[in-house]
Design a binder for this molecule. Structure first.
Ligand code: PDD
Length: 288
């Protein structure tokens, strides 16, 4: 459920009344970047990592920071307070700004547009976590830089709709060599029968998920064996377990891929343990 007050280009406004310019390059060209940051018990989870990734996305697209980083954090805190947000997400979007429609960057200085909204209760149901979810696959059809958290998400939107139509939770993209890259809005993981936990390595083929990075760290600290490398659809189908991670799905067990049962067909011990570790981290971690 989305929540009342947003921050739009320098002002706190009711979201219902908030407007963006029709010549905004975000609207016209998807020329912008975004972040989704979890709020747990009114605390921002992995804030620095999200802002570091934002900084990188902006730099890759040569978009300037619209505000100083510490001012942005103050706005987050204000929005959390004003919306009385306990558990939910912050959505932040920065576009290159408003200019007459012309594909190349504006040649005069334009101010990047900044929109921040909050939403409550963005998580999947407990039932989904308890029972696990189904995943389908489709051929990778995104641009070659999904490591940049760009707002150009049409292939991701179509992939998520493809999953929905197949009564599934997520679509995993298949690279030309039939390895899995990631999901439409999540990172993909499997657990080999001998206990090795595998997720695709960082690079240009996937978004470097903040939840993914946190899980790698938490799992290794707990003595679990994590390898960051490609895995194939075949590997996934013969895995003991599979799961996905993201800010909004946390650690979600996957019990079926393309109609084939994974492992026991129930959420496995590794996914459940990682979910517990992540929840414990969210209780202790985060900044107010
Ligand atoms: N999606 N891969 C893709 C393509 C994503 O869009 C996301 C996040 C992730 C996981 O990243 P993180 O752990 O930082 O949330 C991986 C967000 C939640 C979204 O678009 O709503």
């Amino acid at each position: 459920m989305s929540s009342g007050i947003a921050f739009v280009n320098g002002r706190y406004v009711f979201k219902k009344e908030a407007m963006v310019n029709v010549e905004d390059r975000g609207y016209q060209f998807a020329d912008g970047v975004y972040e989704v940051i979890a709020v747990s018990n009114s605390r921002l989870i992995d804030l620095d990592a999200h802002l570091d990734r934002l900084s990188r996305s902006l730099a890759e697209l040569e978009i300037a920071w619209p505000l100083k980083r510490r001012v942005l954090v103050l706005i987050f805190s204000k929005l959390i307070k004003r919306n009385n947000l306990k558990d939910g997400n912050i959505y932040l979007q920065i576009s290159r700004g408003v200019a007459n429609r012309n594909h190349s960057f504006p040649k005069t200085r334009v101010r990047p547009s900044l929109v921040i909204t909050v939403s409550k209760f963005g998580r999947p149901s407990d039932k989904k976590f308890r029972e696990g979810v189904k995943v389908v696959t489709m051929q990778e059809n995104r641009w070659s830089r999904p490591d940049i958290k760009s707002i150009a998400l049409l292939p991701n939107v179509l992939a998520k709709e493809f999953a929905y139509k197949k009564d599934s939770f997520e679509t995993w993209f298949l690279d030309v060599d039939q390895t899995i890259t990631e999901g439409s809005s999540t990172n993909a993981w499997i657990v080999h029968p001998k206990g090795e936990i595998v997720t695709r390595e960082l690079g240009t083929k996937i978004l470097g998920g903040i939840t993914r990075a946190r899980m790698v760290e938490l799992a290794r600290s707990a003595g679990m064996f994590v390898t960051e490398k490609p895995f194939s659809l075949q590997d996934a189908l013969s895995a003991e377990e599979a799961f996905i991670t993201s800010t909004t799905s946390l650690v979600m067990p996957v019990i079926e891929i393309d109609g084939k049962t994974i492992g026991s067909g129930r959420p496995g011990p590794v996914a459940l343990k990682l979910k517990k570790l992540y929840e414990e981290f969210c209780i202790k971690g985060g900044v107010k």
